[in-house]
Design a protein around this ligand. Structure first.
Ligand SMILES: O=C(O)CCC(=O)C(=O)O
Length: 336
């Protein structure tokens, strides 16, 4: 029901259905605040240095930020503006787009999977399928009027960036530059446009609880003014502070599997705050459903036997959505 959307009301208290049990709360005072996750300047002329920095970041953090990524700052500003405007639309406009069916390829929804979960998350989100664009864009919101055009342009740019990153990640694993792009096939692309309203009791709940991404690569455009993303590193939650002009990149489960466990898909979460709304736009590159996934053959040797079995993305994705977001890592179910 569209009444469940958080962005249509102002909240003075946190309803009990959002309150986590004591042992699962974010413990915000324990979060490491000043750490920096690796930053890679993609305009650096020393290609080998870029590849090596990306490899190090994939191994140590599973996360990195990219600067000089080629997506125009003006476009990024427009994406944030149109997104903010979208979530400010009147409730009756938003109700037309609401669905809690995870199979819907375009939906405005809330939390993660309201049909299944017992505790909800302090997030509304617009889920968009983005490839091939001309197949999906007609169903996207037509209000605000420039939403479709701005978001389509961003989708194309982010896809191109993703493929450039695939090349660098392939090379960093000692594979041909085209390996990841070719192995994962004509990939799907999805987007989660996340809106986290101010929350009267951020200690009790999450925007998104700890999870790992089931896809191959995620490129996150973060609110430049309001922090909220946290990454698990060395057993501690580390706040990712928005770096001017940067996009945040993280590996999903499929690249952990392809790297035969050398690179990491990492637990991350979004927390909320009491003063300010926060936006983020996550772009997910996803393998084709029928493609065979698992460790790259070249990375399976006598010393490094296959850590994961082969499977299709269809099998993986169904398993992922049949579970709660913060359950045990889904990839564990595919170990050899
Ligand atoms: O909003 C964020 O910072 C994180 C978003 C995220 O992890 C997701 O959409 O899967």
């Amino acid at each position: 029901m569209a009444e469940q959307l958080l962005s249509t009301a102002v909240h003075d208290t946190v309803p009990v259905c959002y309150v986590r049990p004591e042992s699962q709360r974010p413990r915000l005072a324990e979060v490491v605040a000043g750490a920096r996750i690796p930053v890679v300047d993609l305009a650096c002329p020393d290609r080998a240095a870029v590849v090596s920095a990306i490899g190090d970041a994939c191994r140590s953090h599973g996360f990195f930020q990219v600067l000089n990524h080629g997506i125009d700052a003006g476009l990024i500003g427009e994406v944030m503006a149109v997104t903010r405007e979208f979530f400010r639309l009147p409730p009756e406009e938003k109700a037309k787009l609401y669905s809690d069916d995870p199979a819907r390829k375009m939906r405005l929804s809330t939390s993660f999977n309201v049909r299944k979960e017992t505790v909800h998350n302090w997030r509304d989100y617009l889920r968009l399928h983005c490839h091939p664009l001309d197949q999906f864009v007609p169903d996207w919101p037509s209000n605000p009027p420039d939403f479709k055009e701005t978001m389509s342009t961003y989708c194309k740019e982010v896809r191109a960036l993703g493929f450039r990153l695939y090349e660098a990640i392939s090379e960093s694993l000692g594979l041909e530059a085209g390996y990841i792009g070719e192995t994962l096939g004509e990939q799907e692309q999805h987007m989660a446009v996340n809106f986290y309203p101010p929350c009267p009791a951020p200690e009790l709940t999450y925007g998104l609880p700890a999870h790992m991404d089931p896809n191959a690569l995620t490129i996150l455009l973060m609110d430049q003014e309001v922090a909220g993303l946290q990454v698990l590193n060395g057993g501690k939650w580390v706040a990712v502070n928005p770096q001017p002009g940067a996009l945040v990149v993280n590996l999903g489960d499929q690249l952990q599997a392809l790297s035969n466990g050398e690179y990491r898909s990492v637990w991350h979460r979004a927390v909320v705050n009491s003063d300010r709304e926060r936006l983020s736009v996550a772009s997910f590159l996803c393998p084709c459903n029928g493609v065979q996934l698992g460790p790259a053959k070249k990375l399976v040797t006598e010393e490094t036997p296959a850590v994961y079995r082969n499977y299709t993305y269809d099998e993986y994705y169904k398993k992922f959505w049949s579970r709660n977001l913060d359950q045990e890592h889904c990839l564990e179910l595919f170990r050899t």
